[in-house]
Structure formats: structure tokens, C-alpha cells
Design a protein around this ligand. Structure first.
Ligand code: SF4
Length: 400
């Protein structure tokens, strides 16, 4: 890892949240210290669950000389919290200030026996998926590794302090965040250089210690980066599919114009050879009269045939049907509960495990596809989308 990339440096000090363990060892070496000191420091930063523990002078088992050097050269820099909303179902959404009039969103979803943190990877998103509020707001910039990790660092610390069943402890079994999904704002694989060290911090035993099965990267299908992820850090993969044929997917997920369904599914097959699970999760947002017909479900079954046949355990894929959360000027409507159930039934009957995602945090706009943050759009994505997707789209026939 580069020792001091521009975004890792405050005017005077280096933000240690930008480093994976190797990067931190480089930094210790740069300070004239032994590389192994990085392990102790890394544990203080990521395993205490207490922002107070990141005061260098409190790091009692670090050599005094190192503590002194850290005071003048380094900082653990959290993201300022702009707002916090707690849903009636316990879901928490935070809005973090990432500077330059941009704010990003992070969502914690508590469930029985697990807590999932949905993390953002970019301020906005340039992919322009038709049904996604984030995509409609445009794109400002990539987040740094430190800004990605700061979301987990903050959530873990906050939740530990505010959870009655979890006191202050450096015992990792006390972790409140048990799963991380890179499904917040942004296309993670478009920010690969920052994503990779962040994944390493999450999965490192001296960091957050999450198994690769418990960290999920979601992508709209950037094929070359899927191949790189398979080699570098094969965590669980979720693919935003949303259509069973190229004609329809070209409209819903513009990236399909570059990487067709054939390219995407071939990449999924290659990924499966490295994946920590024997299946890839496909997300499918159900849109009334657009992609939710029985014929679409049957096309999906055909499409998945190759993936299922070639996967190690013959499973290959699981489907997660996502209810569409309407937002202003989307021109789209959610499928009815009956249609959703019928779609799920067809896939399940064909042996494809299919679940319907429960909407969580809807009352605080924290549900899937609702994250919009506050973005200074530098790409004019918003105007482009409005031009491209006038109401003609609604109920348009898909190719078969
Ligand atoms: S669905 Fe994901 S990739 Fe598509 S616009 Fe939304 S955030 Fe970006």
C-alpha cells in the first residue's frame, strides 16, 4: 500500500484509518520503528470498540517512543456525523460529512443473532441504474479507504457503547457488526484501489476479523474488476441483475451496454471458483409491468442454467427479490405483493433459492435503493438520466 497517498494525509498528519496492516507496518518503518509494532497499533485502532481508545497516549502496550512519534505524525480521523435516524424497526441510518458539500449514508440493520452494516464506497454513483435513488443524484467522487473504514469504525464503537448487552471490551466476540455489505452509495468495484485495503482491514484477524463469507461486495457487473477481486480478496459477491435479457438490462443497468449478460455470467462463473460460498447472490428489483412478469422469471431460469450446472455444488446462484422503493420522478412503481410472490414461486419451483427482501428502515429512507446522501454531482448524471428515461420507459415491452 502506498504510504502516503494524498487522501491519507491531513495537512499535518496521516490518517491511520487509510492503512491495512501492511500499510501500517510501512508507516511504522517510516517512523523508524519495527514493522511488528503495527499489529499492536492496528488492534488498538480497530478492536477496542471505543473511540477513546484511539488516543495514542492511552495505548499502554506501545513503546513510549512510538507513542510520541504518533502524536505528532498521525491521527485516527472519524467522519463527522451530520445526522442519525433510528427506525421503529431498530434500523439506524447515519449521514456522514465527507467534505466539499458531500455527505454519504451508512445503515445498520439489526437482526436476531446478527448485525449488518451497509457501507458506502463512493459519494454518489455514476452508474445510473434506473431504479436507484443514489444513481439519480449523480456522482461526486470516490471515498478513500479511511472514509470507507471510518463508517465501520464509527458504527462498531457507537453500537458497543449504546448496546446494553455489549459493554466496553477488546474481546472480538463482542462485535456488534457481524456482517458488512458494500451495498450503500456507489459502485464498489469502480473504487477498487480504496476498496481492496478496506476489505483487508475488515477481514484481518487483527482488524475486524470478519470472515470472507460475512463481507459482501455488491456490483452492477464491472467484469474486469470482478476477476481482480477473485484473485486479490474473494469475499462474498452480490450481483445487481434486475433483468433477464440484454434489451431490458440495457435500460435498467446502463453498464450492460458495456458488459453484456453473457460477459457478466461468465465472470460470475470464474468468480465462483474462488468465492467463499458456492453461490452468488443476484439482486433483482421488481418493477411493476417492467421486469416482473412470469415470462421474465422463466427467462431467468434459463439464464441461470449455465451458472448452476458449472458451479461446484450445483447451486451457483440465489435470488434476492427487492421491493422497489419509489422516489420522486422515478416513473416506476413497485410490483404488487401478489406479483412478487408469484415471481418468487416460479424461481423456487425451478430449484433456485429465492427470498424476498424485507424492507427495513423504510420510515427513515434507509431501505434498499433509497440512499441518496447529499451529493454535489460533478458528472451531470442526473440530467442525463432525466433525458434518457422519460416516461416512455414505463410498461415498455421487454424482448424475450
Ligand atoms: S444500484 Fe448501485 S451501481 Fe446502480 S446506481 Fe445505485 S448505487 Fe450505483
Amino acid at each position: 500500500m502506498t504510504l502516503m497517498s494524498p487522501d491519507s494525509v491531513t495537512p499535518t498528519r496521516v490518517n491511520l484509518l487509510n492503512f491495512d496492516l501492511d500499510g501500517l507496518a510501512d508507516f511504522c518503518e517510516h517512523l523508524g520503528e519495527k514493522r511488528f509494532r503495527a499489529v499492536q497499533l492496528f488492534r488498538w485502532i480497530h478492536q477496542r470498540g471505543d473511540p477513546g481508545a484511539c488516543q495514542f497516549d492511552q495505548m499502554s502496550d506501545l513503546a513510549k517512543s512510538l507513542r510520541g512519534k504518533l502524536q505528532t505524525t498521525a491521527v485516527v480521523s472519524p467522519l463527522p456525523v451530520v445526522s442519525q435516524h433510528i427506525s421503529t424497526d431498530g434500523t439506524i441510518k447515519w449521514l456522514f460529512d465527507v467534505g466539499d458539500a458531500n455527505a454519504i449514508e451508512t445503515v445498520f440493520i439489526p437482526e436476531l443473532g446478527r448485525g449488518t452494516l451497509c457501507v458506502s464506497s463512493q459519494a454518489g454513483c455514476a452508474m445510473g441504474c434506473r431504479f436507484c435513488a443514489t444513481g439519480h443524484h449523480g456522482f461526486s467522487r470516490n471515498l478513500s479507504t479511511g472514509e470507507i473504514i471510518a463508517q465501520l469504525w464509527f458504527a462498531e464503537g457507537f453500537l458497543r457503547q449504546h448496546s446494553q448487552s455489549h459493554g466496553h471490551s477488546d474481546d472480538r466476540s463482542d462485535r456488534v457488526v457481524t456482517n458488512v455489505v458494500l451495498m450503500g452509495m456507489g459502485e464498489p468495484l469502480q473504487n477498487y484501489d480504496a476498496l481492496l485495503p478496506a476489505l483487508r482491514v475488515m477481514t484481518c484477524d487483527h482488524g475486524y476479523g470478519l470472515s470472507r463469507r460475512r463481507v459482501t461486495v455488491s456490483t452492477s457487473g464491472i467484469v474486469p474488476m470482478m476477476d481482480r477481486l477473485a484473485q486479490d480478496c474473494p469475499v462474498a459477491l452480490a450481483v445487481s441483475l434486475h433483468a433477464p435479457n440484454d434489451v431490458l438490462r440495457d435500460q435498467l443497468v446502463p453498464l450492460n451496454l458495456k458488459y453484456s449478460l453473457h460477459d457478466l455470467l461468465s465472470a460470475c462463473l470464474r468468480y465462483l471458483a474462488h468465492a467463499p460460498r458456492d453461490f452468488i447472490t443476484f439482486a433483482y428489483c421488481l418493477l411493476d409491468g417492467v421486469n416482473d412478469g412470469d415470462e421474465h422469471a422463466r427467462q431467468l431460469i434459463q439464464l441461470m442454467q449455465t451458472v448452476r450446472t458449472h458451479s461446484r455444488a450445483g447451486v451457483g446462484c440465489k435470488f434476492n427479490l427487492i421491493p422497489f422503493n419509489p422516489f420522486p420522478n422515478s416513473g416506476l412503481r413497485p410490483s404488487s405483493p401478489g406479483r412478487t410472490q408469484s415471481f418468487a414461486r416460479i424461481l423456487n419451483a425451478a430449484g433456485i433459492t429465492t427470498t424476498v427482501r424485507k424492507t427495513r428502515g423504510g420510515d427513515i429512507d434507509a431501505a434498499c435503493g433509497q440512499l441518496a446522501g447529499d451529493i454535489r454531482d460533478r458528472t451531470r448524471v442526473q440530467q442525463r438520466m432525466e433525458r434518457l428515461h422519460r416516461p416512455r420507459f414505463l410498461h415498455q415491452e421487454s424482448a424475450t
